[in-house]
Design a protein around this ligand. Structure first.
Ligand code: XUL
Length: 508
């Protein structure tokens, strides 16, 4: 057996997946949902409820408890935990964890959350949904202008970690001073497994507004401006093949062998790029989760002139593009709740009772603040006054897809195949709309947890040297799920223009 474990610590839960590189099979999976399984954290959607819609924080100990519970559940599937040879993982991107001291030597008697809480210098972590850093971002714009995107691959973005750190430094200078280490969710969780600080990889590190993607090192000038002394507080930046450390003895309680290698963790999107096997030009991934994201490998570094898309390090080498739409599954759920219908209704009656193009009905689904385009004030915009439940559902699904198409045009490369992953990839309606709007073939892969699968593949790559492309052939072969229908091409191309205009009126 050649078992490798991938763990995804996402916005709403923790998922584990074990692959066997010898049999080519997925051996075991487990999952934890914070809202359902850890209600004591009062975070049903993965963050603490506060009146200010721009503030989104989570208790990092919820992720630690989520990890322990997911491992316990994995063990109870009967998988041979002792045969696992390596681990890697992913975290929701941009979120940050602030530590006042080194990791303690773990005792076997208490859950890790109680052993680690005392090393936090900031009790809660801002996550990617936080938009409270607008003023800081404008300061960064003023100071660095286009240099920021040229050097780091992204403009100053509210949810990115650098602006979040600067806000912390400005508003809580004493706590900032006490902080000796600032982690991303990914590097923090890898550190928890190793019982010592783990590095940050180029994929997730690029989502901080701090990493120079040309030299692949922290940009000294930007880092120092963000917060004095920050460079000393950041873990080193390393490539995705790096081994972060060894599994701490504590984890023997889940049947795992202490000392097995833990590869550096990455962000959920770079991890999904690996787990969907998006390595060839013209193949892009569409991930449907709390946020919807579009990502693709990038031949050479080039940035989005509209400043919505990002360039990240690709765990498989080189660069990748990433475009994030914050109003993903939560927006679809809002419409589902509003009309009290089922997901079957989305795929069935909502599609048969309406026609592609929906007579021009469009919706800007900004139930929450939006990343692409940047919209800080939530508010749904419709270009129609009345609509049936079916029409509203088609409107949100088509509009979300049109937005993805519109904001991926800067990539410049024709997308001929889309690999769909995440919960929404199971929807026949979403698959067909994706094929028609992009004029691309749509494929799915065998698991919806592509970030976890990508992590398990990365573990096998970093520990045993198995090439990622080889692993992708075995674990993420695409299954055809929808083809573009020529008869609707003109209708969607016209709708794309209308969507662009509607968005412009709102941004104005
Ligand atoms: C990407 C982003 C989200 C998070 C949560 O920039 O903010 O996709 O990674 O999944």
């Amino acid at each position: 057996m050649g078992l490798y474990l991938g763990i995804d610590v996402s916005t709403q839960g923790v998922k584990c997946i074990v692959i066997d590189i010898h049999s080519g099979k997925i051996t075991a999976e487990s999952s934890v949902n914070y809202g359902k399984d850890l209600p004591q954290y009062d975070s049903p959607a993965g963050f603490l409820p506060v009146p200010d819609a721009l503030v989104r924080h989570a208790d990092p100990m919820m992720w630690v408890d989520g990890l322990e519970l997911a491992l316990e559940r994995l063990q109870s599937t009967g998988v041979d935990m002792g045969a696992i040879k390596g681990i890697a993982g992913t975290g929701q991107q941009h979120g940050s964890v602030y530590l006042a001291g080194a990791f303690p030597a773990y005792s076997g008697n208490a859950p890790l959350s109680t052993q680690l809480r005392s090393i936090l210098s900031r009790p809660t972590s801002p996550i990617w949904m936080d938009r409270s850093t607008h003023a800081v971002c404008r300061e960064l714009d003023e100071k660095f202008g286009s240099q920021l995107i040229e050097r780091t691959g992204s403009p100053a973005v509210e949810r990115f970690t650098g602006p979040q750190i600067r806000k912390f430094f400005l508003t809580e200078p004493e706590a900032y001073k006490r902080t000796c280490r600032i982690h991303l969710v990914s590097s923090f969780m890898a550190s928890v497994l190793c019982g010592k600080d783990a590095p940050i990889d180029y994929g997730d590190g690029a989502g901080m507004d701090l990493l120079d993607l040309h030299s692949l090192s922290w940009d000294k000038e930007i880092t120092e401006f963000t917060a004095p002394g920050l460079l000393e507080k950041l873990p080193p930046a390393v490539s995705g093949k790096h081994i972060a450390g060894e599994l701490a003895d504590y984890f023997a309680r889940f049947g795992m062998k202490p000392g097995i290698p833990v590869a550096v963790w990455t962000g959920d999107n770079p991890g999904s790029l690996v787990g969907t096997g998006c390595f060839a030009p013209g193949v892009a991934g569409l991930s449907f989760g709390t946020s919807d994201t579009l990502f693709a490998p990038m031949k050479k570094f080039h940035t989005d002139p509209e400043h919505c898309g990002h360039v990240f390090g690709n765990p498989a080498g080189g660069f990748m593009s990433l475009i994030c739409f914050s109003n993903g599954s939560l927006a679809r759920e809002k419409i589902k709740e509003q009309y009290q219908v089922s997901w079957e209704y989305f795929d069935g009656a909502a599609m048969t009772e309406t026609t592609p193009g929906n007579n021009g009905k469009l919706m800007l689904p900004y139930f929450e603040a939006e990343s692409t385009p940047a919209v800080l004030k939530p508010g749904v915009v419709r270009n129609y006054k009345t609509a049936s439940a079916a029409e509203e559902i088609r409107a949100i699904l088509e509009s979300q897809m049109l937005s993805m198409r519109l904001h991926s045009l800067w990539l410049g490369e024709e997308i001929h195949t889309l690999r769909l992953t995440g919960g929404g990839s199971q929807s026949a309606a979403i698959r067909q709309i994706a094929a028609d709007v992009f004029g691309a073939d749509v494929e799915t892969i065998q698991v919806t947890n592509s970030a976890g699968l990508g992590s398990a593949m990365r573990a096998a790559n970093a520990v045993a040297g198995v090439p990622l492309e080889e692993l992708a052939k075995t674990f993420c072969a695409g299954t055809p799920a929808a083809s573009p229908r020529r008869e609707y091409a003109a209708c969607y191309s016209e709708l794309l223009d209308r969507y662009r205009e509607l968005e412009k009126t709102v941004l104005r």
